[in-house]
Design a protein around this ligand. Sequence first.
Ligand code: NAD
Ligand code: TDX
Length: 350
Amino acid sequence: MKKNILITGGAGFIGSHLVRLFVNKYPDYRIINLDKLTYAGNLTNLKDLENSPNYVFEKVDICDFSAVQTVFAKYSIDGIIHLAAESHVDRSIKDPFSFARTNILGTLSLLQAAKEAWQTFDGKLFYHVSTDEVYGSLGKEGFFTETTPYQPHSPYSASKASSDHFVRAFHDTYGLPTVISNCSNNYGPYQFPEKLIPLFINNIINNKPLPVYGKGENVRDWLYVVDHARAIDVIFHSGKIGETYNIGGFNEWKNIDLIRLMIKVTDILLGRPEGTSEKLITFVTDRAGHDLRYAIDSNKLKNELGWEPSLQFEEGIEKTVRWYLDNSEWLNSVTSGAYQEYYKNYYSKI
Ligand code: NAD
Ligand code: TDX
């Protein structure tokens, strides 16, 4: 094998798309998927790769430093693309400790293991996959750039900001070759149905309420997950060490407009009369500390490395709804058991 690449969080939403891209595109790389398989990690996301000769799975918690060291000792790791994290803002409001543990201490454990394992830093790279939420919230105008000061508001974004700082600290203090990307909201197949888009598609299918936080006026910049994986590929291979790259779709949607579009597309594909599911819209108490608007300026990535999103949003959302309708087995399997327990009281209250 030409290279051993460790991808953490490869059984999650974005990680599974990235693992698939790398395993298929680079047959001479060994891709090691390291994942703890939390509620959000699911090996069925990677079923098609099970027998690929250049793919291996390691069930490891990134917070378990000695287990991480063992993985470094077992494979001669050339590069790490680190995605493993607790990723849902609402869960971070309920349980900030687990976000601090995984996102901060877990990242530190990987950084330290890499620093110790790598005799020389030549040809090595530690790539941290981060979020635009570290920059805080925008008003009606403007964009986040790579130089926007950090101003996280949720425990999730505070933990991701902290992990970004640790990555930069390892670069500045020890010379560890690092790169960071901060991406906007992703959507597409295999996203756990707790995030807005898959949660609402699942609820429309099942005629359940669509809980819109506040007045639905918050704005997010949506990017198709495969385009994010393509961006990571470009940055991993051509990004400059020590740099940060913003990744976004120049595709802003007010939540309520996006929800109405999802309803329209899903009703059509389900063969329901147009607008049938509008009645499911339920305005609920706003999320605490809810950031008003995210918008990413990804011109650095476009101008320096030539990356651009490939998919128009209307096309991407239809493709996504179709995928969830065609993959009811996957949807049913991830929404059984603990998932039902998690939402049990929620729907009885709204
Ligand atoms: P996800 O929740 O779908 O997947 C996270 C994965 O990490 C799961 O497979 C889970 O099992 C694994 N994991 C969690 N804790 C772990 C631990 N302690 N040890 C090992 N594995 C562990 O998340 P996602 O949406 O795919 O996000 C992936 C990364 O991208 C995260 O770092 C997130 O902050 C970042 N990001 C996400 C988005 C988005 O819109 N989803 C946008 C920008 C950045
Ligand atoms: O039930 C809901 N109702 C609702 O109105 C949910 C789950 C969300 N929302 C709103 C909150 C946000 O304004 O929809 C918007 C999107 O919410 P999420 O899907 O939870 O995403 P967000 O909070 O924006 O964070 C996401 O993007 C950045 C990911 O979860 C992060 O992991 C990523 O870093």
